[in-house]
Design a protein around this ligand. Sequence first.
Ligand code: DC
Length: 232
Amino acid sequence: MTELPLWPVIAIDGPSASGKGSVAERVAAVFGFHYLDSGALYRLLAYAAHTQSVSWSDAAKLADIVSAMDIKFEGGEAFLNGVHVSPHIRTEHMGKGASEVAVHPEVRTALLQTQRNFRKMPGLVGDGRDIGSVIFPDAALKVFLTAGVETRAQRRYDQLIQRGDTADYDTILEDLRQRDLRDTQRASAPLKQLPDAMLVDTTKMNIAQAVDMIVDAFKKDHGNYIKNALSH
Ligand code: DC
């Protein structure tokens, strides 16, 4: 049997509202890599469970739902069983649901292979909480992307207002604190800064600066790979 080449992965992990998604998508575009928004998978599960009246605490039923989910991403939009569901999963409520379903080891195991299947030619940028620790521990570059919780709350608030939603800064701040706690303190694959991860703190940095830092770090260590890939 021929061994499949292990295409390089850039793993970007960090807390909610740190800007991971925007940064990861742009880094992927720079290198022409695929992009995995792993948080969207947990959001899709929370949403699917909600529509089937399954509790976010019912690990066994949640794992069953995962095995029946047909997930597709096209142009940054998420489809569940052929239906466009992005607006439904990008709510604060489904963000909380995602964080709750994500504590169950059964759920994480059920979603493991789905995530690994995103690793395709010529490479992948994945963002989440455990991309560098569990999903792709052999990632070529690991990044811990974070920002102070008040900065993240302010960004989330601005985003919601811009979208025309109503928002309350103090509620967002409190929700983020609770999600940080749940995501970092759970027993199964908690969010943590790995010793081999590069720290990118965006508290005083914009998205373009964070993208540049990551692109430069990958080019520095993988210049030969990039040269070879681009010459084909
Ligand atoms: O990145 P996000 O805010 O869309 O993620 C929503 C929730 O999903 C997050 O609070 C925890 C969970 N999650 C996870 O446990 N592991 C991942 N790799 C990605 C997200």
